[in-house]
Ligand binder design. Structure first.
Ligand code: ZN
Length: 311
């Protein structure tokens, strides 16, 4: 064989193998589950959404015919509960996500299954569903809108465990923690540091706080420099200014409790109560159930089949 032809073939094979290595490196990079430590969830979401074509409220909520999801009339903006006590949220995932990105999304969804009565299920023919798409930013609608509703997780910037959970919680009907109706007792907004055109992101909402305490550790709480015009704090916890906020690692115990309460996950709420009374210190239990059970004004009736309880 001609020497130059052999050299050409060898060079071609070498370049192909290098190209293959590059593809593999990209995939391995995506396997990395841990998020970089240098950015909090707020910064990461806001950076990803910078330049998004969507009209976004509070950085990552799509403005539509906005209603207050947590106080919506007749629970029309919540996902429906089946007779088995489970709340199914049908979903589709865009084929443009890589295998590893899809795995991350599925893993984030599983945490809701482990802890609550929410079940994200692949859509078959359901009318209402979330469509997880690789668009220009991390954002979601608030609560169930009816029909197809997009949850955007830009492939580069949003496919992190905590951000996926954060956007899914919006789709379940939760606002940001720092816009809770009672937030002024727990955080101080430093208006002088807020970029003037972003002031609306700090308006309190008429939220149903579900008789749960304000949660600095919520995955729905923004970081202290969100929408800052000068790098200084826009949100300062009170009375302890050093209280950490803006975590993006996982749902907090308070986040999980609020999901259970909003969706009346009675089996899980009562199970927490039983575990706690049996000595499980890590169980955060619903104050309403404690009060009602201790007062014995209403005796809970717990039916294993229908998961119905009168509290
Ligand atoms: Zn958000």
């Amino acid at each position: 064989m001609d020497h130059r032809l052999v050299s050409t073939i060898l060079a071609l094979l070498l370049s192909l193998s290098q190209a293959h290595e590059l593809v593999d490196l990209g995939s391995e990079d995506e396997i990395q589950i841990e998020d970089p430590d240098d950015l909090d969830i707020t910064t990461r979401i806001l950076q990803s959404n910078n330049g998004s074509s969507e009209m976004l409220m509070e950085g990552d909520l799509v403005i539509s015919n906005t209603r207050n999801a947590m106080n919506c009339w007749n629970k029309q903006c919540l996902w429906r509960k089946s007779s088995n006590g489970l709340v199914e949220v049908p979903y589709t995932v865009s084929h443009t996500f890589s295998y590893y990105a899809k795995k991350r999304i599925e893993n984030a969804m599983k945490t809701f299954k482990t802890e609550t009565c929410i079940r994200f299920v692949p859509r078959s023919s359901q009318i209402d569903f979330i469509s997880i798409e690789n668009r220009d930013g991390c954002y979601s609608f608030l609560g169930r809108t009816g029909g197809k509703q997009i949850v955007s997780l830009a492939r580069y910037g949003c496919v992190y465990h905590g951000i996926i959970q954060h956007e899914l919680k919006h789709a379940l009907g939760f606002y940001h923690e720092h816009t809770r109706s009672d937030r002024d007792q727990y955080v101080k907004i430093n208006w002088e540091n807020v970029a003037p055109n972003t002031i609306y992101n700090f308006q309190t909402q008429d939220t149903n706080n579900l008789n749960t305490p304000y949660d600095y550790t919520s995955i729905m709480h923004y970081g202290r420099t969100a929408f800052s015009t000068n790098g200084m704090d826009t949100i300062t916890p009170i009375p302890n200014p050093n209280q950490s906020i803006g975590q993006r690692a996982n749902l907090s115990r308070g986040d999980i409790l609020r999901i259970k309460k909003l969706y009346s996950c009675w089996r899980e709420l009562l199970n927490d109560y039983r575990c706690r009374t049996a000595g499980a210190e890590d169980k955060v239990i619903d104050q309403d159930i404690i009060a009602k059970r201790s007062a014995e004004k209403i005796k809970p009736h717990y039916n294993e089949r229908n998961l119905y309880v009168t509290v």
